[in-house]
Design a protein around this ligand. Structure first.
Ligand code: C2E
Ligand code: CA
Ligand code: CA
Length: 465
């Protein structure tokens, strides 16, 4: 017997053709199994879409031969939904989102779920720009119908980041990184919109990183300071000040808070900066029992579990009376982080701090939020105040807003008052307090003109007369 016979006795027992047929079956089965195995490793268990691993493989296989675009998007406020409705409800929403996208996209683009609520799309075919735009329109279509979450129906938006490799040499992973940068930009600056990565955006992001480094150094070197803007009552007497961060010592030139605060928030340095402002304000105004002090509180500060203890420590250290301190928060912060906001605001209230709702009228402005959080004051945004001298309807709106605030036991402050005429009309509308350049711009503590209440009594009498 030859060695082949010894090794493969079956070959001869069944005959060559039978053996080949059996082998074929075994090979087919192995291929099927391995395909299933590949599917399992490449597909997302929750939504059934392709997963991060599959996405990474197409990125690393990209050879720049053809044009390609990558669209990344996530659902705005998903974390809050998970927090409020529970993880199961959040999962249900993701499954439904996957289903809708799959139905709408068909085979016109590849769809991936690559993170918790982070999805990726790769449009297929030529004319890459047109296809990319069509794919973005499909994401919007998928969001047109409300989602059933628990017993609620929620309308959702998605922030979208796009990077296109067209007539430029770039690797797949680098393109992914650019789409990610565009997405982060959309999430922080243009929620609910699509942002395309451009070289300019890349430069802006670099500058942002540079500013974030500088904030850290600036805090250590004492480059920041705090300016104060007066808030007056109906009679024109200064009743409080708003503390506003300034950065006069920045070696590269001063930046406005509107520019550096978002970077401080993004990098987490707002904790240190916010406490610096609070501490400075408490020290500066310790000796002015006739004035209250308002300090702005950033959304990022709600994440900090030490916030309330730190505030308590500053009050203890400076001896500043808690009943003279007010924090200003914006509505966006409450919508994004409802549970954290509940917890932090509750604990701040226990300390005895008042809470004002800032920039009312500039954003979502739901009466539900006013009732839920029971603010101590409502600050009406400059954008509402601006029109008062020009448009009678703007005046009616303000009268109604003051009535709403007062009905909920909140005094109302108008911000951004720039002219005497505005001030007159705002008083007529019923505002309890006014703030703006007309009464005083923000100034350093040494310069801020703050007559004590007793000094302005004659003026008060004149107004009342
Ligand atoms: P905000 O809290 O709404 O502060 C009011 C802003 O409006 C201030 O700008 C103030 O200078 C400006 N303003 C006041 N009256 C008028 C007016 O009559 N006309 C005009 N055109 N503007 C007026 P500022 O100081 O540049 O601050 C911008 C924003 O930066 C603030 O808006 C606040 O959101 C943020 N910010 C400033 N300091 C801090 C801080 O210490 N912590 C935090 N978290 N945010 C801060
Ligand atoms: Ca404010
Ligand atoms: Ca404001």
């Amino acid at each position: 017997m030859s060695s082949t016979h010894l090794l493969y006795p079956g070959l001869f027992a069944f005959g060559v053709s039978t053996y080949a047929a059996v082998m074929l079956l075994i090979v087919r089965k192995l291929i099927r199994q391995s395909a299933r195995l590949t599917d399992a490793t490449r597909s997302d268990r929750l939504t059934g879409l392709l997963n991060r691993f599959a996405f990474m493989s197409i990125l690393s296989a990209y050879d720049n031969e053809d044009d390609m675009s990558i669209i990344l998007f996530d659902l705005d406020g998903f974390k809050a939904i998970n927090e409020s409705f529970g993880i199961e409800a959040g999962d249900g929403l993701l499954i439904e989102m996957g289903r809708r996208l799959d139905r709408i996209c068909g085979d016109r683009c590849r769809l991936y779920r690559i993170g918790s609520d982070l999805f990726a799309m790769k449009p297929r075919g030529d004319a890459i720009m047109t296809r990319t735009e069509a794919a973005i329109a499909r994401i919007r279509t998928a969001l047109e119908i409300p989602f059933e979450v628990g017993a609620s129906h929620l309308m959702l938006t998605a922030s979208i980041g796009v990077a296109v490799a067209q007539e430029r040499a770039i690797s797949g992973p680098a393109l992914f990184e650019q789409a990610h940068m565009a997405l982060n930009h959309a999430k922080t600056n243009r929620k609910g919109q699509a942002v395309y990565y451009t070289e300019q955006l890349g430069r802006d992001i670099q500058r942002g990183h540079q500013i974030e480094r500088e904030i850290g150094e600036g805090l250590q070197r004492g480059e920041f300071s705090v300016w104060y803007q007066p808030v007056v009552d109906r009679a024109g007497a200064t009743v409080s000040v708003e503390a506003l961060a300034r950065w006069p010592g920045r070696p590269g030139g001063e930046l406005s808070p509107a520019e550096f605060i978002p970077h401080a928030e993004r990098s987490g340095q707002i904790h240190a900066l916010g406490l610096y402002v609070l501490r400075r304000a408490c020290i500066d105004f310790y000796d002015r029992p006739d004035l209250r002090v308002s300090v702005n509180l950033s959304p990022a500060q709600f994440h900090d579990t030490r916030l309330v203890d730190d505030v308590a420590a500053v009050l203890l250290e400076t001896g500043f009376p808690v009943e003279r301190l007010e924090f200003e928060v914006t509505e966006g912060q409450l919508i994004d982080l409802p549970q954290q906001a509940d917890k932090v605001l509750g604990r701040l209230r226990e300390l005895g701090v008042s809470i004002a709702l800032d920039d009312f009228g500039s954003g979502y402005s739901s009466i539900g939020y006013l009732r839920r959080y029971r603010f101590d004051r409502l600050k009406i945004d400059k954008s509402l105040v601006d029109g008062i001298a020009l448009d009678p309807r703007a005046g009616n709106l303000l009268v109604a807003t003051v009535a709403l605030a007062n009905a909920l036991d909140m005094p109302a402050t108008a911000e951004g008052v720039e002219t005497g005429e505005q001030a007159r009309l705002l008083r007529l509308a019923g505002f309890q307090a006014l703030q703006g350049y007309y009464f005083g711009r923000p100034q350093p503590f040494q310069k801020v003109a703050l007559p004590r209440k007793s000094d302005i009594l004659p003026f008060k009498r004149k107004e009342q007369a």
